[in-house]
Design a protein. Structure first.
Length: 347
């Protein structure tokens, strides 16, 4: 054995397991600490308003939308990919869903008078249409990236503008408001056992499914293999292009689900309100311990990371500070996390 292959560990430690830093063993440790500190600070400076039940409910609802997008985004980032178009996909999906609901739920005169004789059929049809649009938008991203081998950053940057542009063309730049109120009553504002909002329950179910897939299934193993060594994954027989295609398609579908939640909460589309969603989702993933360089990732960290953008934005509003500071603070924290990940990999 020569000097290049000999272990650099001291001789007395060779029989002991290699000790890893605390943050490597528990990737969400630092972001959890930051989250707890943020909650304590905001609660202290708002005389308890921040920690009120109604305010925490709003934070969880905002975080649920981020989490639903961040779960499949975790898989994409593990493969060293990126999707910047999720916010625009959310907008386009909700616009299509709202338009279909208005067309099917009643005549134009009835809908204009906020009467919805066919609300049940209209809601189901609209949701299906919105989810299909999200899936199609993600599939287009996946096809361009996986099969045409275009850079993911460039493709999703282009479709980010394209999908939002389509939504603005459909609406004329105004929000659609003719959404049946029963959607909000039975889902957007409903709570499981009168405690946990149903959108939060849905987000946790999706997160649990993502955790199980990543940790215990062949699909999860393939995702990690592609991110670790894409050429090695190909030689091992993994259909890399098809796998990456489906990851982007499912991310688009998840953005569609988040769009349906947004529609159910506000009974209106929000064509100008989701420019921050991609940054929030990517931040949640990276702050939770997933590496932008690929091959490393976990869902529990993403769950914790999804709370930070909502906590910061809500806290700034409670303190009567401009909410525009939220992306600034989030960007600083994200840069620190990326820097730490870079140094860890070099080490």
């Amino acid at each position: 054995m020569n000097a290049r292959t000999r272990s650099a560990r001291p001789a007395e430690d060779l029989g002991q397991p290699l000790k890893r830093p605390f943050a490597d063993r528990f990737p969400a440790a630092w972001i959890t600490a930051a989250l707890v500190i943020s909650v304590i600070v905001f609660s202290a400076f708002t005389q308890g308003r921040f920690a009120s039940a109604s305010n925490l409910n709003n934070i969880l609802l905002d975080a649920a939308q981020t989490l639903i997008i961040a779960v499949p985004m975790t898989f994409i980032i593990i493969t060293a990919g990126i999707d910047l178009s999720v916010g625009s996909t959310l907008i386009l999906s909700s616009v299509v869903a709202a338009w279909v609901m208005a067309q099917v739920s009643g005549t134009p005169e009835q809908v204009a008078a906020f009467e919805y004789p066919n609300a049940g059929v209209g809601i189901v049809t609209g949701i299906v249409a919105g989810l299909l649009v999200g899936l199609a938008a993600g599939a287009l991203n996946g096809y361009l990236i996986a099969f045409l081998r275009l850079p993911a950053f460039v493709v999703t940057l282009a479709t980010m503008g394209g999908y939002q542009g389509l939504a603005l063309v459909m609406t004329g730049g105004t929000n659609l408001v003719n959404v049946p109120p029963v959607l909000q009553r039975d889902f957007g504002a409903a709570k499981l056992f009168g405690v946990v909002p149903l959108p939060v329950v849905l987000a946790l179910v999706i997160a649990a499914a993502g955790w199980f897939i990543l940790r215990f299934t062949v699909s999860g193993m393939r995702t990690l293999a592609i991110g670790s060594n894409i050429e090695g994954a190909r030689r091992a027989g993994i259909r890399v292009r098809l796998h990456i295609f489906w990851l982007y398609a499912l991310t688009g579908l998840a953005a569609g689900v988040a769009g349906m939640i947004d529609l159910a909460r506000f009974l209106s589309t929000s064509v100008e309100a989701h420019g921050q969603d991609a940054l929030d989702a990517i931040s949640a993933v990276v702050l939770g311990g997933t590496s932008l360089f690929g091959g490393i990732g976990n869902i529990p960290g993403t769950v914790v990371g999804s709370l930070l953008p909502s906590v910061l934005q809500n806290g700034f509003i409670q303190l009567h500070l401009a909410p525009f500071w939220q992306p600034v603070v989030l960007a600083v924290v994200l840069i620190i996390a990326i820097g730490y990940d870079t140094l860890r990999r070099r080490g």
